[in-house]
Design a protein around this ligand. Structure first.
Ligand code: GRF
Length: 198
């Protein structure tokens, strides 16, 4: 199985994937970021499709062309699974016509609660006492909770938490559990097609 990991940020989950030996065919980014440097240092092939060249973030940003170029690149490289870890571009429905069931995302909240880019801040503001993360099959709906692969409500929220302290505690678990999920997919213990049918 050929796995691509989609990144935009610091790449601490990517780093953990590599340390644990998850076989990655490609690291894909939507802009220059620390995660790309981690991939370069590890010698993993990288692909940078810079969304700034598609007009992001100005009005008229061409999400459709970005998404279709991304899908084409994954097809050319015969990628079976695109595992997003902090990939911050919302992909166009055209992408999902091709890659539904083959794209995973990890979200730092207990979906369907708190979708979106400010999930940790929103959990904190809502006064949650327990939070965690969700690994789900991504669809054209942002942070869609329809097809949950794994979710763990295991991270306590402390009274003096900041967004950063809470997010870091969430990520400690993500760095363990996301690679474990990919190993389960590789071994057949998790069948994404079956989750998608259910
Ligand atoms: C993780 O918290 C993930 O849930 C979210 O983005 C973060 C990525 O962290 N989607 P990093 O870039 O791997 O450090």
């Amino acid at each position: 199985m050929r796995i691509a990991m989609g990144v935009s940020g610091t790449g601490s989950i990517l780093k953990s994937m590599l340390a644990k030996g998850v076989p990655l065919t490609l690291v894909l980014a939507d802009g220059e970021c620390k995660a790309l440097d981690i991939a370069r240092q590890a010698g993993v092939p990288i692909l940078l499709i810079n969304r700034r060249f598609y007009g992001f973030p100005r009005q008229g940003w061409n999400r459709r062309a970005f998404s279709s170029d991304l899908a084409r690149a994954l097809n050319e490289r015969q990628i079976d699974l695109h595992a997003m870890a902090g990939f911050m571009t919302i992909l166009d429905p055209g992408y999902f016509q091709q890659f539904l069931g083959q794209t995973l995302n990890i979200h730092p909240a207990l979906l369907p609660k708190f979708p979106g880019a400010t999930a940790v801040a929103d959990s904190l503001a809502a006064g949650e006492t327990i939070t965690g993360s969700t690994i789900h099959i991504a669809t054209e709906v942002l942070d869609d909770a329809t097809y949950i692969v794994e979710q763990w409500p295991t991270v306590p929220v402390y009274r003096d938490d900041t967004v950063d302290s809470l997010h870091e505690r969430i990520k400690i678990e993500e760095r363990e559990r996301y690679p474990a999920v990919l190993f389960k997919i590789l071994s057949g213990a998790i069948d994404l097609a079956q989750i998608k049918r259910a």
